[in-house]
Design a protein around this ligand. Structure first.
Ligand code: CO
Length: 212
């Protein structure tokens, strides 16, 4: 058997288990998907989106990158956001960070990490802008976890500052943006930021004009 044979064995078993519950499951999914949620999370292997929230294939549209960042020039994330909101008409966008995030830790440190440094600069900017909240008495772990939380709040804001989300609200679409954080130490999720579901909940300076 090849080195990765066990992955195929796992896959066969997984598909059989699902079919035992619902013989038509994959047939139905093959023709369409209608997820209600977009998950924007970290790539970290300890934070598997579907499993954490107990959702099946077809129920969660997912985008993951290092430190769950929503960067305004990132065509990849913006394309996922656009497709989820404008085509699939999902109802909830969940930005989910996690404590002990390696990307956040790297963004706080001064070691060169290669190409990823350019990505993590976005996170370092959050730290710099909020540096007064980082009291000297905080341990290294607490500093990382505080930035994990501040990062979620900033990425939630970044989602709401896009014309994609604002146009959806303008067109009367039911769409809420949530900021959560996951604890890899106990497997539990926590709500972090107030739900944003209307234009008046975002600063005026970030509102864009209606589409012509
Ligand atoms: Co992470």
């Amino acid at each position: 058997m090849s080195e990765l044979g066990f992955l195929f064995e796992n896959n066969t078993r997984w598909a059989e288990e699902i079919k035992a519950e619902d013989p038509e499951f994959f047939k139905k999914l093959a023709s369409q998907q209608s997820p209600q949620f977009l998950w924007i999370g970290c790539s970290d292997s300890r934070v598997p989106a579907n499993e954490i929230v107990g959702l099946l294939p077809g129920e969660l549209f997912v985008h993951r990158n290092i430190a769950n960042a929503v960067v305004h020039t990132d065509l990849n994330c913006l394309s996922v956001l656009y497709y989820a909101v404008s085509v699939l008409k999902i109802k909830h966008i969940i930005v989910c960070g996690h404590y002990g995030c390696g990307g956040i830790q790297a963004a706080l440190g001064d070691k060169q990490m290669g190409l990823a440094d350019h990505w993590l600069r976005n996170i370092r900017d959050i730290y710099y802008n909020k540096r007064e909240q980082f009291e000297d008495s905080l341990s290294e772990r607490d500093r990382v976890n505080l930035l994990c939380e501040l990062n979620v709040a900033q990425q939630v804001a970044n989602v709401t500052h896009t014309s994609i989300v604002q146009n959806a609200w303008d067109q009367g679409q039911d769409l809420s943006v949530h900021g959560w954080i996951y604890d890899i130490g106990d497997g539990l999720l926590k709500k972090l930021t107030p739900v944003i579901d209307t234009l008046d909940k975002i600063p005026e300076q970030y509102r864009v004009r209606k589409q012509l």
